[in-house]
Design a protein around this ligand. Structure first.
Ligand SMILES: Cc1cc2nc3c(=O)[nH]c(=O)nc-3n(C[C@H](O)[C@H](O)[C@H](O)COP(=O)(O)OP(=O)(O)OC[C@H]3O[C@@H](n4cnc5c(N)ncnc54)[C@H](O)[C@@H]3O)c2cc1C
Length: 434
């Protein structure tokens, strides 16, 4: 531990603060004086920027070859931010004023690229963190990563920030007869556009924002989509009373109790969209905001899908019982033919697969155990950013808090580092005394 603290002390004023501790052909060890951030999505970038602003250098590790890989590599072409831009800004840098209210995916990626460049964030790409463990004897985190060439690196750091996201891995449900189906079955993370499904019968499984939007995209490309709705769902118009539904809800919540706001949202939705239960979309018992707070389940913001369901261009189906050759049998006993299946079945956190720690993060779902707004900080210099189930707003709150917390510690330790350096300088060296 003393040896590492000494290295930290010697590097206190060094802008290039990574030092190789030792090198071998297949394994190397790097000491990181500041925090190590795992993940270069919006959360990792926001944390690195907030730290940078406070004068704390960090290292960012990213498994893919670019920043914001979820947005760049795993989303469909027609995607826009679901929420208005003012709720999706990262700390310290606003969206360009000429961006529309709901920026396109490319605009959002451009903003993130500009953000990384503004704060001089240069992630170490193609490094997948395979294990991270706190070494209580050393008092440091040991983080192992594997590069594309299979070369391993061990990082030793005082602070570890988990920014791998709520959407790290696609959820692929097991369905009876999947091997028999014979057609294309893919997760939405591999869906780009309805173009390649033109004229085809496509079964979309899952009625969250992605499933609904993929159905709309398929309609726009003259495919024939059917939507499997297994559960209840709240569909709200994206805008109501001349404002974004999200913005209006946030504003109303300042003055009114959540149940009252939910009532209001449901009345206006009913007036604008009609009774969604009549088209096969039953609403949950709890209101949309209360449900979001309790379970994290996000209401669907309608961007035109509902009109296509009403017109019959999108068919609503019950749960799948089993798949057959180019067909699906549903729980109501009916069987229909399909050419392809798109699984809009969501994502999950991958934290339990690499973080050897069970106090802060739940092994079950890979989220911090403590509920919002207290899930960002664990023990021994461990932090989580972007696990609030509150999108980019939650990310910004976490990133600011983490940077403030680490800054306090960093400054406190800097005093010790300086005292240590001073004491070294003041000691009469054996050379000068001889
Ligand atoms: C289709 C879609 C639309 C959305 N729209 C909105 C919206 O409009 N507004 C909003 O607020 N939110 C939206 N979200 C939520 C979205 O998750 C967040 O906006 C944002 O991407 C979260 O950022 P993040 O950095 O926490 O996670 P991510 O963007 O997922 O970034 C995590 C990064 O960590 C990397 N990583 C994972 N595991 C490892 C590992 N072991 N080692 C190294 N690197 C690793 C990943 O490659 C990834 O680059 C949307 C999500 C989806 C899927």
């Amino acid at each position: 531990m003393d040896c590492l603290r000494e290295i930290q002390g010697k590097q206190a004023h060094d802008p290039i603060f990574i030092e190789k501790m030792n090198t071998s052909a297949s394994w190397r060890c790097i000491c990181v004086p500041g925090p190590l951030i795992v993940g270069a999505g919006p959360s990792g970038l926001a944390t690195a920027a907030c730290l940078k602003e406070k004068g704390v250098p960090s290292v960012v590790l990213e498994r893919s070859n670019c920043i914001a890989s979820l947005w760049q590599l795993k989303t469909y072409d027609r995607l826009r931010l679901h929420l208005p831009k003012q709720f999706c800004e990262l700390p310290l840098m606003a969206f360009p004023t000429d961006f529309p209210t709901y920026p396109t995916k490319q605009q959002f990626v451009d903003y993130l690229e500009a953000y990384a460049s503004e704060f001089d964030i240069k992630p170490r790409f193609n490094e997948t963190v395979s294990q991270a463990e706190y070494d209580a004897t050393l008092g440091f985190w040991r983080v192992k990563s594997v590069g594309v060439n299979g070369k391993g690196t061990e990082y030793v750091c005082r602070w570890l920030v988990v920014a791998t996201g709520e959407n790290a891995e696609a959820v692929m449900p097991e369905m009876e007869g999947m091997g028999e189906f014979g057609g294309d079955i893919r997760h939405t993370s591999l869906y780009k556009s309805g173009e390649e499904f033109r004229g085809k019968r496509v079964l979309v499984v899952g009625c969250g924002n992605s499933g609904m939007e993929v159905c709309l995209d398929l309609c726009n490309h003259n495919a024939r989509p059917s939507l499997v709705v297994r559960d209840t769902v709240h569909v709200l118009p994206r805008e109501m009373l001349g404002r974004s539904t999200f913005g209006l809800s946030m504003w109303l919540l300042k003055w009114l109790p959540i149940r009252f706001v939910d009532r209001l949202l449901l009345i206006v939705s009913w007036l604008m969209l009609g009774d969604t239960a009549r088209i096969g979309l039953d609403r949950p018992r709890l209101g949309p905001l209360e449900l979001k707070n309790l379970s994290g389940k996000t209401p669907v913001l309608d961007v035109g899908t509902l009109a296509n369901i009403k017109s019959g261009d999108i068919k609503v189906c019950p749960s799948i019982k089993r798949l057959k050759r180019h067909a699906a049998e549903f729980v109501n006993g009916k069987t229909e033919n399909f050419d392809a299946i798109i699984l809009a079945t969501g994502y999950k956190s991958n934290v339990p697969s690499w973080l050897k720690e069970r106090e802060m993060f739940s092994e079950k779902d890979g989220y911090p155990r403590r509920p919002f707004p207290n899930g960002w900080k664990g023990e021994s210099g461990l932090y989580a950013v972007g696990f609030t189930k509150r999108g980019l707003l939650g990310t910004s709150m976490d990133a600011r808090r983490i940077a403030e917390d680490i800054e306090r510690c960093w400054k406190h330790e800097a005093k010790h580092r300086m005292a240590f350096t001073r004491s070294l300088l003041q000691q009469p060296s054996s050379d000068s005394s001889s």
